[in-house]
Design a protein. Structure first.
Length: 583
């Protein structure tokens, strides 16, 4: 059996060089393409032929793909070590370079969005596979500004929200935690917040909060500035209806569907409250505190070697078929996974699908726990999804955020099913409860993150103190947990530790959306077996080449129906029944 080692990824496949003559040639090629497009300004008018416009669109697409590769490399290099001065300097250099070049390209997208409907439809009619992309781009028509104003916003973002995000990430990823006589990263300390002993969980949480509370004024001001910037641009300048609307439009999901997901999640929060009451009973506690929400109900030894974990994930992909397995193995054999735990490495996990012509990259902080196996399955699901959607060209390659969580959650759910069949009864029971913990984290917790954001964005001008924001966060926690969990005061500061709030406002509902969608697809898979896989593959291959709701509807999933979303919670209910029976 092949042995897989924890190591850094190979970034040379993405960018052969980031300095010297080879790198300069890359920059020269981008400049050359941009000049070709700039020369087209005098022919961009209402009478341009579809053929000529599509020729220019292909050049535009080629440039944006090169942008993505440069920006992606800079981000991945920075993620390796957020304290690496060379990586930080290169990231800053690339961000400035790409912003300046993007400003030179604004004229092209603005021309298309401002074109009258009659001539736009004439071009769309003959645009072939690009028709949906062109229709989608025009949805932003009423929210765009003049070319001069768009350029100013790009420059403002570079020294504004982009810099604030860089500061937040650089600052918080350097945090080290003193615990049990050792200096730990956040990932390493995270193991202890799920310890079997209540005193260790509590001590770990208290240590986790220390640097965030110490720096709460700085982190809070960063967040307030990001919120105010978003509101000023989205509502006052671009005239969006709601704070969340830019994210919904970017995801190409109607506001009413997103609101439906919020409503169904809110109405089903009692399932998780019932679960936490059951968990308290098993742990022989009168009531859980927030320190205990992720406590294991059974203590078992967890030390799963990385190579074992990789083979478990690959085996699951092989069950789905060679087209899944081969894509997963492609990521591994090309060393596109960084799984080591290192000082100053970016925390968490992610998958970066940068181009249809590049194999995606996966970042992990693998710590030999069950959670790490599931995280590997999740991120490899993203990678496999990217490789399925690589049949599309760059402009139609990446899925919107909600659909982007489909394959990752399906893969993770399948791994839970595999782990739940192990022979050891104690481990099976632990996995069952661990799955319910995870569903709380990825559905209920995430939707309440976005509910918190909705309230903060609506009240930021009246509740603009750090304490005021924290009180609203605490109120949302109490609504989520009801009478099932006691919330210690310190948890009102939890929002300071959520990177998505800073990096991508209103991102988090995508996890709830994607999880519920994936659970519905997985239920179909359990009912129909391999018969459902062509539909599943069709969804993954669509990328952003078609409207998400239409893609799902054609494959038997109507996201505009309340019953569809309720099916995901029926899955949760079934697990809760099993959990009760196991006791």
């Amino acid at each position: 059996m092949e042995k897989f080692l924890q190591k850094k990824w190979n970034l040379k496949d993405l960018l052969p060089a980031y300095k010297g003559k080879k790198f300069e040639r890359i920059l020269i090629s981008i400049e050359s393409d941009i000049k070709i497009l700039e020369k087209s300004k005098n022919i961009l008018n209402a009478k341009i032929s579809p053929k000529k416009f599509l020729e220019l669109l292909l050049i535009y697409e080629k440039i944006l793909e090169k942008f993505s590769i440069l920006g992606g490399f800079a981000e991945l290099k920075f993620s390796e070590n957020v304290s690496d001065k060379e990586a930080v300097a290169f990231k800053t250099k690339i961000e400035l370079f790409l912003t300046n070049l993007s400003n030179r390209l604004i004229f092209f997208s603005l021309f298309w969005k401002n074109l009258d409907d009659q001539n736009a439809n004439r071009i769309i009619k003959d645009s072939g596979k690009y028709s949906y992309y062109l229709k989608y781009a025009r949805k932003f028509k009423k929210h765009i500004l003049s070319e001069k104003e768009e350029k100013i916003i790009n420059l403002k973002d570079l020294s504004g929200v982009t810099t604030l995000n860089n500061i937040y990430n650089t600052f918080t990823n350097k945090f080290l935690f003193n615990f049990k006589g050792k200096k730990l990263t956040r990932e390493q300390l995270g193991v202890f917040v799920k310890d079997s002993k209540a005193n260790i969980r509590k001590a770990a949480y208290k240590e986790l909060y220390k640097p965030y509370l110490k720096n709460k004024d700085i982190l809070g001001e960063i967040y307030k500035s990001i919120v105010i910037d978003w509101k000023s641009e989205s509502l006052k300048l671009r005239k969006y209806k709601e704070d969340i609307s830019p994210r919904n439009l970017s995801n190409d999901i109607p506001d009413d569907v997103v609101n439906l997901v919020f409503d169904v999640c809110k109405k089903n929060r009692n399932l998780f409250q019932d679960y936490f009451k059951l968990k308290a009973k098993i742990l022989k506690m009168k009531k859980l505190t927030r320190y205990d929400v992720l406590a294991p109900i059974i203590k078992t030894k967890e030390s799963i070697p990385y190579s074992t974990s990789v083979h478990m994930v690959l085996k699951n992909f092989k069950i789905l078929g060679s087209e899944f397995y081969e894509r997963a193995f492609k990521i591994l054999k090309n060393d596109h996974i960084d799984s080591e735990i290192r000082k100053n490495k970016r925390g968490g996990a992610f998958c970066a699908g940068i181009s249809p012509n590049k194999i995606p990259y996966v970042l992990l902080n693998y710590n030999k726990k069950f959670r790490d196996v599931l995280t590997l399955a999740h991120e490899m699901g993203h990678g496999v999804h990217d490789l399925f959607s690589a049949k599309n060209t760059f402009l139609m390659f990446g899925s919107g955020l909600p659909l982007a969580e489909t394959a990752s959650t399906f893969s993770e759910t399948m791994m839970y099913e595999t782990l739940s069949t192990v022979s050891n009864a104690k481990v099976r029971k632990k996995i069952l409860f661990f799955h319910l913990d995870d569903l709380y984290c990825t559905i209920a917790r995430q939707i309440y993150f976005s509910m918190f954001e909705k309230e903060i964005f609506s009240k930021i001008e009246s509740v603009n103190s750090i304490d005021g924001i924290s009180e609203i966060y605490l109120k949302k926690l109490k609504e989520l947990f009801g009478d099932s969990v006691l919330i210690p005061e310190q948890f009102k500061w939890e929002w300071l530790m959520i990177p998505h709030f800073y990096e991508t406002p209103f991102y988090c509902y995508a996890y709830s959306f994607g999880n519920l969608l994936a659970l519905a697809i997985f239920e179909k898979y359990k009912e129909e077996g391999r018969k459902v896989l062509p539909k599943y593959i069709n969804i993954l291959e669509s990328g952003s080449s078609k409207n998400p709701a239409q893609v799902l509807l054609r494959n038997g999933f109507n996201i505009k129906k309340r019953e569809f979303w309720q099916k995901g919670f029926d899955f949760v209910q079934d697990l809760l029944y099993k959990a009760n029976d196991s006791c």
